[in-house]
Design a protein around this ligand. Structure first.
Ligand code: T4K
Length: 367
């Protein structure tokens, strides 16, 4: 029996990639801002409708560098309901994460709970548009403006998402993207920082190249965050197929919603208002009145070689390097704690065939 994973990268025809490789072999230009890198930055900024975009080797280095770009220090308010990279980027910068609970509908930082977590040491907010669901960007911006805080959005799940007909990536001071194999748009490994002005882009470009401003000037202890020419070339090819891939994801999302709508105890997430989605994942909540517990359903699917995932369980705040923080206490994070016990992400990827999806739906319906 074949295995079906929670996701699978979309890969365009191999033959179409070979000419890109031939060009790289010919030019012997492998990295450090080569022609494919430059072209992908331009084409992606265009596609995503953002002013500037700096490519990275992965989303985590983009997060670490985004914090450096804005000289963030002290304490940063963030969500416990995310992939560990979000909070790890703070520790890598010697910053103290302050966890704030999430909203039960958006699964994102609850703006009503942010203000009480602000201290004189707070310098920024690091929210995540989890599953590509927009954060309450207006309220978060208002709080940041009142208290003079920066906002860096972890938009790893929000490639191409539009909010009120505009790119969601335009909100906040910076947004970061991940182009990991598991994402809607992938470059094998990759990521980016989206920024509003050329001056900031230049600072980011220095920081991702060890801090080199020119051959003899190092402006800061930068990192090696550069994307290689092979990854960038692959991204250029992927970009040609991304709209079709998103459309196919949309069909899968719709079929799950239809097939699971009347299953007692299984809730699909409500579709966010004013949002054009790109269907990065398909989370469901397994409620108490379902015939099985969440972990029992996870195990049952596994017995059928279907590898659903509990994104995001455990909470970041329950991990050893975070659980000693006062803000990590379960009493401080009741909504995140409860949702992380209920969530299960079902397989969604462009090549998921209809028969396999029906089989998944049947197993969940059967209970
Ligand atoms: N912020 C947020 C909110 C994030 O979600 C992430 C990454 C980041 C920041 C950091 O961005 P990057 O530095 O990664 O660019 C995966 C991904 O590794 C990670 O990128 C992603 N979030 C996270 C949500 O999921 P794992 O440990 O669950 O991955 P893994 O290896 O178990 O893969 C999941 C499934 O995908 C596999 O069961 C099979 C399939 N798969 C995976 C790979 C790697 C494939 O079919 N092919 C592949 O090449 O973390």
């Amino acid at each position: 029996m074949k295995s079906i994973f929670v996701t699978q990268p979309y890969l365009p025809p191999l033959a179409e990639f070979l000419p890109y490789l031939e060009q790289i072999w010919e030019s012997k230009w492998l990295t450090n801002g080569g022609p494919f890198h430059q072209e992908l930055e331009e084409k992606l900024a265009d596609y995503l409708d953002v002013e500037h975009l700096a490519l990275f080797a992965n989303g985590t280095l983009a997060l670490v560098t985004a914090l450096q770009t804005l000289r963030i220090t002290g304490e940063v308010i963030t969500t416990p309901y995310s992939f560990v990279a979000t909070a790890h980027s703070l520790l890598w910068n010697g910053i103290k994460p302050v966890f704030v609970d999430i909203h039960p509908e958006t699964f994102n930082l609850d703006p009503e709970k942010i203000e009480s977590a602000i201290t004189p040491q707070t310098t920024a907010i690091l929210p995540v548009h989890v599953y590509g669901i927009p954060c309450n960007v207006e309220k978060i911006q208002k709080i940041a403006d009142t208290y003079g805080l920066k906002i860096i959005y972890d938009a790893a799940h929000a490639f191409g998402v539009k909010y009120k007909s505009e790119s969601l990536l335009k909100h906040g001071d910076l947004s970061i993207l991940s182009f990991h194999a598991t994402k809607v748009f992938n470059t094998f490994e990759g990521g980016a920082i989206v920024c509003p002005d050329a001056k900031t882009k230049q600072r980011i470009d220095y920081l991702k190249n060890f801090g080199f401003a020119d051959e003899v000037t190092v402006m800061a202890p930068g990192i090696n965050g550069k994307m290689s020419e092979v990854n960038a070339a692959f991204g250029l090819q992927q970009l040609k197929y991304v709209d079709a891939a998103i459309a196919r994801r949309g069909e899968i999302d719709a079929l799950y919603r239809e097939g699971l709508s009347d299953v007692k105890g299984i809730s699909c997430l409500s579709e966010p208002n004013d949002t054009s989605r790109t269907f990065s994942s398909f989370p469901v909540l397994v409620r108490n009145n379902y015939t099985l517990g969440r972990d029992e359903l996870y195990d049952k699917l596994k017995k059928h070689n279907i590898y659903a995932r509990r994104y995001f369980y455990p909470l970041i705040s329950d991990m050893p390097m975070y659980r000693g923080l006062p803000s990590a206490s379960q009493a401080n994070l009741p909504v995140a704690g409860s949702l992380s016990q209920q969530v299960l992400c079902l397989p969604i990827f462009p090549d998921l065939v209809a028969d396999d999806q029906s089989h998944i739906i049947d197993i969940v319906r059967e209970g």
